[in-house]
Design a binder for this molecule. Structure first.
Ligand SMILES: *Cc1c(COP(=O)(O)O)cnc(C)c1O
Length: 369
């Protein structure tokens, strides 16, 4: 008989462990008579903000993409403004910029980290540039003090895309608390995942937070009167209640991710490059990504042994058909373009067993050594 599959992600194990608490929370909401922007959302915003750090206030929204859109709108970034970011990210980072009416401008990434290459940012700044979106990809962290210095010099807003970095710290400070605004996603696979969609935007500036609250609800501050142009993007009470339960388990889940990552790191075949975090970063390991010369055949050997893997991400966004109108061509972002062909995400989620990690490692060694 074949050994059981090692999955990339599985929420069911955690769900089984917390089922009673989750169902109690769901019942509490359904019996409360209050389904929209009520006590559970408020409590989740307080809990999540407290976890992010002093002064930061979170605003619950419908998903991570909307969270980025609302950050941009709350900062007044919109039609025709240029927003600098990377093409080595999840597509929603870019779709959010377009949803706000702005124009994405891509910088290449650093081959050592797969994160925004800060040395190239200033070459992309024009008179139209209004903001920079830093993506803390894989759960690593962009060097925020350095980026904030560049932004300050050019008077630009900085938004942190923290969809993959819930729990990542830099110099002991949480990602999401460095920029002018930050966006989080609670898509099920993220480090803090709902059982469906959810998101949050955050800022430490009360005026920005006020705009975020208003924009998520039709532009209202009081009822039936739009102070500004808004959208509908609410985190619902049911998901907030579930997230309140799951947030309690996030620190343990993060330390489990870190300990599995340590097992991977210490036992990887020498020919696999792992994307390093600097010593100032406590990585949250949303994904554990390596770079391999023979990626496709390696992926197939793993699949043949029942080991699932992923590619984050196979296609650079600037060359996708949907973004052709931006006018990029092959060769514009050489590091980003090369990464897609060589990266591989190994199984990583908190309930994965250390034995499974060693099965993956054994298979890597058998194939590569
Ligand atoms: C998941 C993700 C998003 C979007 O979040 P959704 O909740 O799916 O809208 C944005 N940016 C990055 C880097 C992501 O990984």
């Amino acid at each position: 008989m074949n050994a059981p599959t090692v999955r990339m992600f599985d929420y069911l194990q955690q769900y089984q462990a917390i089922e009673h608490e989750v169902l109690d929370a769901v019942k509490r909401v359904l019996r409360s008579g209050d389904l929209i922007l009520a006590s559970e959302v408020q409590r989740f915003e307080e809990n999540f903000s407290a976890w992010l750090g002093p002064n930061v206030t979170g605003v619950g929204v419908a998903n991570g993409t909307d969270a980025i859109v609302i950050c941009l709108k709350a900062l007044g970034v919109g039609d025709g403004d240029e927003v600098i970011t990377v093409a080595n990210t999840a597509v929603p980072t870019v779709s959010a910029i377009r949803m706000a009416g702005a124009i994405p401008v891509f910088v290449d990434v650093d081959p050592e980290t797969a994160l925004m290459d800060l040395k190239q940012v200033s070459f992309k700044i024009t008179e139209k540039t209004r903001a920079i979106i830093a993506v803390h990809l894989f759960g690593n962290a962009v060097d925020m003090p350095a980026l904030m210095a560049i932004a300050k010099q050019h008077r630009l807003w900085v938004i942190e895309d923290c969809a993959q970095s819930q729990g990542t710290t830099l110099n002991g400070q949480m990602t999401g608390s460095f920029g002018h605004a930050a966006a989080f996603s609670f898509y099920p696979t993220k480090n803090l995942g709902a059982y469906g969609d959810g998101g949050l935007c955050a800022s430490s500036d009360p005026e920005i937070v006020k705009a975020m609250r208003s924009i998520r609800k039709y532009g209202f501050e009081d009822q039936y009167y739009a102070e500004r142009e808004g959208i509908n993007s609410r985190l619902d009470e049911l998901h907030a209640a579930i997230l309140n339960v799951k947030l309690q388990y996030l620190p343990a889940a993060l330390s489990q991710r870190r300990s599995l990552a340590k097992a991977y790191r210490e036992n990887l075949p020498a020919t696999l490059h792992h994307f390093a975090a600097t010593s100032a970063v406590e990585h949250a390991y949303h994904l554990f990504v390596v770079r391999a010369a023979q990626r496709d055949s390696l992926r197939k050997s793993l699949a043949d042994q029942g080991i699932q893997t992923g590619i984050h991400y196979p296609f650079p966004i600037h060359l996708m058909r949907g973004y052709q109108f931006l006018g990029y061509k092959p060769g514009d972002l050489p590091v980003t373009e090369a990464l897609g062909a060589s990266i591989l995400s190994l199984p990583m989620y908190p309930e994965l067993s250390e034995a499974d990690v060693h099965r993956v490692l054994d298979c890597l060694h058998e194939t590569l050594d």
